[in-house]
Design a protein around this ligand. Structure first.
Ligand SMILES: NC(=O)c1ccc[n+]([C@@H]2O[C@H](COP(=O)([O-])OP(=O)(O)OC[C@H]3O[C@@H](n4cnc5c(N)ncnc54)[C@H](OP(=O)(O)O)[C@@H]3O)[C@@H](O)[C@H]2O)c1
Length: 249
């Protein structure tokens, strides 16, 4: 019974940012639970390395392009795959002070972190509706609900993704499509390079948690499989902190 609840056999999970960091960790967890993968990112080499013998399709695309969501959908159609789990993990954090954020930087951050999760997911909603089952997992942030230094554009996009998650759930859960977000604490990835390069800062963040440490990418596996599977069938519109208790303290 338990293994069936968490099984992803027969499912196809599309993961943006699946070539590195959090997206890769989630993709591997979903694949280990039985899902086929579609991995999206700019660097094809990373996507292929990430697949490394797993069942899946690499889709090298720059999601910053206006036509990118349609191109990803077309690549899936051409390959005969129909994703029913979408994980929106591609993201950027420009780390600029409010006084220095240009319009370009602002728009790119909002586009990749907020517009793409909505318009990409919507491409696959008709298929999910037709089969009466789907899962959308967005990646929120501590900055979804609090302000960090030099985080104005990133924080605005991540505040938006939390509300987008609730609104997606409201729009689509009646059709069997659950939308939730994982809200990570601090995990060592390319994106958080500047945080982990500063030992004092990394230690400060670890001390803010209840567990006394920052995240390890494997900490994301259980929550991701839960939110992607039948186990979470009555869970939707929620933001799940995976942060060692950072937000509990
Ligand atoms: N690490 C943390 O502690 C943390 C905490 C909270 C939230 N997050 C969120 O987690 C998500 C993943 O970040 P990460 O920490 O795992 O960092 P990461 O390893 O740098 O992942 C970012 C991913 O986004 C992809 N990407 C960036 N720009 C893209 C574009 N224009 N088109 C297509 N793909 C693009 C990158 O692939 P390419 O460069 O090959 O395109 C990369 O795989 C982000 O949404 C981030 O905000 C991370």
């Amino acid at each position: 019974m338990t293994s069936k609840l968490f099984s992803l056999e027969g499912r196809t999970a599309l993961v943006t940012g699946g070539g590195s960091g959090i997206g890769q960790a989630i993709a591997h967890a979903l694949s280990d639970a039985g899902a086929s993968l579609v991995l999206v990112g700019r660097r094809e080499k990373l996507l292929l390395e990430s697949l490394n013998g797993r069942s899946g399709l690499p889709v090298p695309v720059d999601l910053m392009n206006d036509t990118a969501c349609a191109a990803v959908h077309e690549a899936c159609e051409n390959a005969g795959v129909s994703p029913d789990i979408i994980v929106n993990a591609a993201g950027l954090n420009p780390r600029k002070h409010a006084d220095e954020v240009t319009q370009d930087v602002w728009q790119q951050t909002i586009h990749l972190n907020l517009n793409v999760p909505f318009f990409l997911a919507r491409m696959f909603v008709p298929h999910m509706k037709a089969q009466g089952w789907g899962r959308i997992i967005n990646i929120a942030s501590l900055q979804s609900s609090r302000a960090f230094q030099n985080g104005i554009a990133y924080g605005a996009s991540k505040g938006g993704i939390a509300q987008l998650t609730r609104a997606m759930a409201e729009a689509w859960s009646g059709d069997g499509i659950n939308a939730n977000a994982i809200q990570p604490g601090f995990f060592p990835t390319e994106l958080t390079g500047p945080v982990f390069a500063d030992e004092k800062l990394a230690a400060k963040h670890a001390s803010m948690t209840c567990t006394g440490r920052n995240g390890e990418l494997s900490d994301l596996a259980g929550p991701a499989v839960f939110l992607a599977s039948e186990a979470s069938r009555y869970v939707t519109g929620q933001i799940l902190p995976v942060d060692g208790g950072y937000t509990a303290k």
